[in-house]
Every structure is written in structure tokens, then in C-alpha cells.
Write a protein that binds this ligand. Structure first.
Ligand code: PMP
Length: 380
């Protein structure tokens, strides 16, 4: 056996695989109130559950059929079917876009801190990843971002609202980026669109190099079914479709997606829960003296300072999961809390109050006390 292991060591992966970073989110031990992953904390639409109960055992034996559901999805968004690709979550969409558009030597542009999977999927294809770091206001660094575009830029990814900050890029800024880099694909990741309300999807078809990504993992509450989508220029989408497996999205997700899309009442209710809950969390954190940043998403980033790990551990003991974002660039001491439905927000706030009191935490511990930037003062 050990000889066999020795032998396999002579096989090496691509250099990019050795060099690329690994994403290590917690993959177990989440049996508590999940305020760590920005998921829907409650349930999907009741009509999704009704459809799930109608699925047959024979249905599980059939390869999934993506095309009819792409047609329904396209109609929902006022687009043609060839402008839509359904994917195994936006994670896969990012991966496929990188595979379709990036050669070694091409440049890809992101703003940091942001969703880590961009880093992983881009680095798999090229060593030309350029990161534009936001200052501590976490506002989208538009001028420096535009200035970082070069003739080699082939892919630009902007999450709006951004994760883990909750900051947004305006439609005008996004259109200016698309115009400044006609040789590149601009992917706008609208994973948290519902909690913000502004979208670039109306510009799909008008802006030739724009692709919008949407996940059904957040507001729709389907994270476990792994479904997301890309909407964009039909020619660009055709390259990504070519790279994808025809069976990338499972049939259970495909079966329920039309019901999820159709139940606008449910989505409006969930989004309202989050918008009200977000204000409650801001208010509680203000009272506790915890610095936050404006968020257009279903989460809030908090400045806890050096005892960030301790807070997460105490909250976990208290049955509430938070996400420590300290390892993200520019986020040392920062912890993210997801906004869920009303009673989950109530539990989260109570646990935060209790935990910070138990720690004897003081506002002076936060990083803000190191001195503030202009942007931060403006946001207070
Ligand atoms: N984009 C962003 C900005 C995210 O925060 C996440 C999930 N945390 C994703 C994409 C991944 O979405 P999905 O579950 O559809 O893969």
C-alpha cells in the first residue's frame, strides 16, 4: 500500500493547482442557529415543499433536463433562453466563467475583501489575478479599480452587494467598468440582490460584455439544492454553456425552481424580514458600541478587535454561529453576522449582548479606536 502511495507522488497536478489557494469554510458542526453563512435561516417557499413531495422515485433515475427550466427562468427575467445558463450554484458559475475566458497570462480583476471563490477559480486558470483593496470604509474603490484595467484584463468580477462587507457598486460605476474594458467580461455577482434591490440584469443584452450571476441559495432558501444562474449576452453565455456539463444542475433543483420563482409573496415576506432585522441588528450594535459598516445584504460586519475568536467561541457555546472574517484582507478583528427571520434576529441579538457582557468586551477594543479614515467618520 505505502509503495502505491509513493508511486502516486510522482504524479503532479498542474502548477496552478499546486499554487492556488484553498477555500476552507466549516463543513461540519453547524448544528446551531446558523448566522454564519448568509443562508436563508428559515425555509424556502411552501410551494417548493409541495413540489418536493410530488417527486417520484422513478424521477430520480432520469438525467436532469435543464433546458425547459432555463426557458421558464429566462421568461421570468424578460430574457431569451440563450441568455441564461443554470448552474450548480454561483460557485460553479464562477468556475465555468474562469474556464471559458481565462488563459494563463490573462489578467482578472477583483476588489478585496470579497467572496473567496473568485480567488480560487481565477488562480486555477491564470497567475494574473489583480486585487484592488478597499480602504477601511469598505466602499467600492471605483477610481483605483478602473485604473487597474489593462489591455490584458479578460475577466472582472464585482459582487454587489459585496461579501463580507455589504457594500455596493452603483449601476453607473458598473456600466463605466464595462465600457472601460470592452475586451473583458464583467461578471456582476448579485447573490444578495434581494436585500438591496438594485440590479444590472436590465442591462443584459444592452451591454455586450456584461454577465450577471444570481444564486437561489440566499433569499430563495435553496442552498442545499445548489442552484444558481448566469444571465448575459447569448454569445458569451454560449461559451460558458460549452464548458459546463449538460447535467450540472440536479433534477430536484430544476423541479422546484419554477415554483420558487413564481412565489413572489414568499420572497417579499423573506426580504422584509431581513430588512427589518438588519435595522434591529444595527440598532443593537450601536447600543453595544460595536462599529459596523452600512450593509445592503443579509449580514452585518462588526469590528470586534483582537478578541474576535473568543466572541465566536462564546456565541457557539450559546448556540449561535457567527463567521470570523479576520483572515480576509483588511478584516482583522472583524466578525460577520447573518440577518435571518425575526425570531432568529431576536435570538442572535440576545446572544450577542450576553456574550459581549460575559467577555467584559469594551468598545475601546475595536480596531476603530486605532484611528479612523474619512470614510468611516462619514458612515457613523
Ligand atoms: N457569491 C457570493 C458573493 C457569495 O457570498 C456566495 C455564497 N456565500 C456565493 C456567490 C455562492 O453562491 P452559491 O451558493 O450559489 O454557490
Amino acid at each position: 500500500m505505502s509503495a502505491l502511495i509513493e508511486q502516486t507522488k510522482t504524479v503532479q497536478p498542474r502548477k496552478a493547482v499546486l499554487a492556488m489557494p484553498e477555500y476552507h469554510p466549516p463543513l461540519a458542526g453547524r448544528d446551531a442557529l446558523r448566522l454564519d453563512f448568509n443562508e436563508n435561516t428559515f425555509a424556502p417557499s411552501p410551494s417548493v415543499l409541495r413540489k418536493l413531495r410530488q417527486l417520484t422515485s422513478e424521477g430520480l433515475t432520469i438525467y436532469p433536463e435543464r433546458e425547459p427550466v432555463e426557458h421558464i427562468t429566462a421568461t421570468h427575467f424578460g430574457l431569451d433562453s440563450d441568455q441564461i445558463l443554470l448552474t450548480n450554484g454561483v460557485d460553479e458559475a464562477i468556475h465555468l466563467a474562469c474556464c471559458a475566458f481565462l488563459d494563463e497570462g490573462d489578467e482578472a480583476l477583483i476588489c478585496t475583501p470579497t467572496f473567496f471563490m473568485y480567488d480560487v477559480s481565477i488562480s486555477l486558470m491564470t497567475s494574473g489575478l489583480k486585487r484592488v483593496q478597499s480602504d477601511d470604509s469598505f466602499r467600492f474603490p471605483f477610481d483605483r479599480f478602473i485604473a487597474a484595467i489593462t489591455p490584458q484584463t479578460k475577466l472582472i468580477i464585482v459582487a454587489s452587494p459585496n461579501n463580507p462587507t455589504g457594500a455596493t457598486a452603483s449601476r453607473e460605476q458598473l456600466l463605466a467598468i464595462a465600457a472601460a474594458a470592452p475586451q473583458a467580461v464583467l461578471m456582476v455577482d448579485e447573490a444578495y440582490f434581494h436585500f438591496h434591490g438594485e440590479t444590472a440584469i436590465e442591462d443584459v443584452g444592452k451591454i455586450p460584455n456584461l454577465i450577471v450571476a444570481r444564486t437561489f441559495s440566499k433569499a430563495y432558501g435553496l442552498a442545499n439544492l445548489r442552484i444558481g444562474m448566469l444571465a448575459g449576452n447569448a454569445r458569451l453565455i454560449s461559451f460558458i454553456r460549452k464548458v459546463s456539463s449538460p447535467y450540472n444542475v440536479n433534477g430536484v433543483a430544476l423541479a422546484v425552481l419554477p415554483d420558487a420563482l413564481a412565489d413572489r409573496t414568499y420572497i417579499d415576506w423573506y426580504v422584509d424580514q431581513v430588512r427589518v432585522g438588519r435595522e434591529r441588528i444595527f440598532e443593537a450594535l450601536r447600543e453595544l458600541g460595536v462599529r459596523t459598516w452600512p450593509s445592503a445584504a443579509n449580514f452585518v460586519l462588526m469590528d470586534i478587535g483582537p478578541r474576535h475568536k473568543e466572541l465566536c467561541a462564546i456565541m457557539r457555546e450559546h448556540g449561535v454561529l457567527l463567521r470570523d472574517r479576520s483572515a480576509d484582507p483588511g478584516c482583522e478583528g472583524y466578525v460577520r453576522i447573518t440577518v435571518g427571520v425575526d425570531h432568529h434576529v431576536t435570538t442572535g441579538i440576545a446572544a450577542l449582548k450576553w456574550s459581549l457582557a460575559k467577555m467584559g468586551w469594551k468598545p475601546a477594543e475595536s480596531r476603530s479606536s486605532e484611528g479612523k479614515s474619512e470614510g468611516e467618520r462619514e458612515y457613523e
